[in-house]
Design a protein around this ligand. Structure first.
Ligand SMILES: NC(=O)c1ccc[n+]([C@@H]2O[C@H](COP(=O)([O-])OP(=O)(O)OC[C@H]3O[C@@H](n4cnc5c(N)ncnc54)[C@H](O)[C@@H]3O)[C@@H](O)[C@H]2O)c1
Length: 377
């Protein structure tokens, strides 16, 4: 018998970086005041048995599996979160859907566009609730920027920039992992890795490019393999997409940047939209601060420090600063509330359509890079 809607039993497949973050978010769920649904982490799976050990301290976890099919066969799992390398996405997502589970998938939602389309079709056929992980829009600054951009107050939009920037790959001695190899990460490389973070808010605003030109770069082509040797790294490291979006019948330039080698940037998420009447800019480089301007006789940017203004209320003091663990919780609260039909007008997680749309951009970017052409999407 299913438990009441207020309690949802979650299984995690992939007990790496993100799998642990999710366990941590659930572990302090009592910090949320108005989440209508409470997750309980009941099962965890990883092919690497040693990765399961960390989860033994999580009191609610009762199943430790090394084969995802064993986890998916468990009755006390309603929803699965899958955080595995990209080449494993499609097979495990399909197995999860066919096992009757709802799914919070990790980006990029399959290794490429074709895989994403197949998973979306299967989810629709089976009627499963599926969303894709993208937590940055849940930051207060991102929420405000989204609301202002959606309000129409910007006037005629002049230009848009969205970016997600890392810098640790500048270090040539940083060992490679699966994200640096096409076979595991996918041909789209850094776009598969960072792209949904960049595309999510523009796509939600309906700003889907009609054409693009891509500049893709491979910078460090070999890295230590962590075992005393070196290994070839063949993924695109940096991607800049110059796109055109049709907004109100006018072509608007929108730049999408995804970079692993962006000096000084550690997980910097940026969204900026400039219009003839107003403008908005938010960057996690200044995580509290929303920048806006309004056209006036004299023009200037106004800086507003935001507090803990989250979609789901929390015990956290209103002037305190939010961080990554907070927005991960908010994203999960949105996923679970929407699944229960209780989102109540709040910002929802990325649905399969948005995940497919971002893959269309990355597929177009690969063609643009190969042919040095402008590609219609
Ligand atoms: N939303 C975010 O902010 C964010 C951040 C980082 C990574 N990610 C995404 O999360 C996913 C995982 O990335 P990560 O950084 O956690 O990777 P990771 O390498 O830290 O962890 C992946 C885990 O999956 C396990 N695994 C591999 N194949 C498996 C299988 N068949 N069954 C079960 N477990 C298996 C590995 O042993 C490893 O422990 C990727 O899709 C990545 O793009 C999202």
């Amino acid at each position: 018998m299913s438990p009441p809607a207020a309690n949802v039993r979650v299984g995690v497949i992939g007990a790496g970086l993100m799998g642990r973050e999710v366990a941590s978010a659930f572990g302090r769920w009592f910090a949320l005041l108005d989440s209508p649904v409470r997750p309980e982490l009941t099962a965890v799976c990883d092919v690497n048995a040693a990765a399961l050990d960390w989860f033994r301290q999580v009191p609610t976890v009762r199943h430790f599996d090394i084969d995802h099919r064993a986890l998916l066969a468990r009755e006390d799992v309603d929803v699965v979160y899958v955080a595995v390398p990209h080449d494993r996405h499609e097979a495990i997502y399909m197995d999860a859907l066919r096992a009757g589970k709802d799914l919070l998938a990790e980006k990029p939602f399959g290794i490429d566009l074709a895989a994403a389309c197949r998973v979306r079709a299967e989810a629709a056929r089976l009627g499963r609730f599926v969303r894709v992980s993208s937590e940055f829009p849940f930051l207060p600054g991102a929420q405000r920027a989204f609301q202002i951009a959606a309000s129409g107050e910007l006037g005629r939009i002049i230009e848009i920039r969205a970016a997600f920037l890392h810098s640790s790959d500048l270090d040539p001695a940083k060992p490679a992992n699966w994200k640096r190899q096409n076979i595991h990460c996918g041909e789209a490389g850094v776009m598969n890795d960072l792209g949904l973070h960049v595309a999510h808010v523009p796509l939600r605003l309906g700003w889907k490019p009609s054409k693009l030109h891509a500049s893709l770069q491979k910078i460090h082509r070999f890295r230590p393999d962590g075992r005393g040797g070196t290994v070839a790294c063949d993924t695109w490291d940096n991607a800049v997409l110059h796109t055109t979006v049709d907004i109100g019948g006018e072509p608007v330039p929108m730049t999408l940047e995804m970079k692993r080698l962006a000096p000084t940037e550690t997980n910097t998420w940026i969204f900026e939209a400039l219009g003839t009447d107003r403008g908005v800019r938010f960057s996690t480089k200044e995580p509290k601060t929303l920048c806006t301007y309004r056209r006036d006789k004299e023009q200037s940017w106004q800086r507003t420090d935001l507090g803990f203004e989250m979609p789901f209320k929390a015990i956290t003091g209103g002037i305190f600063e939010p961080g990554f663990p907070d927005i991960l919780m908010q994203m999960w609260a949105a996923f679970l509330a929407e699944r229960a039909g209780l989102l109540g007008g709040r910002f929802g997680c990325a649905p399969p359509d948005e995940a497919v749309s971002q893959h269309e951009l990355w597929a177009g970017a690969l063609v643009s890079q190969r042919d040095q052409s402008v590609v219609s999407i």
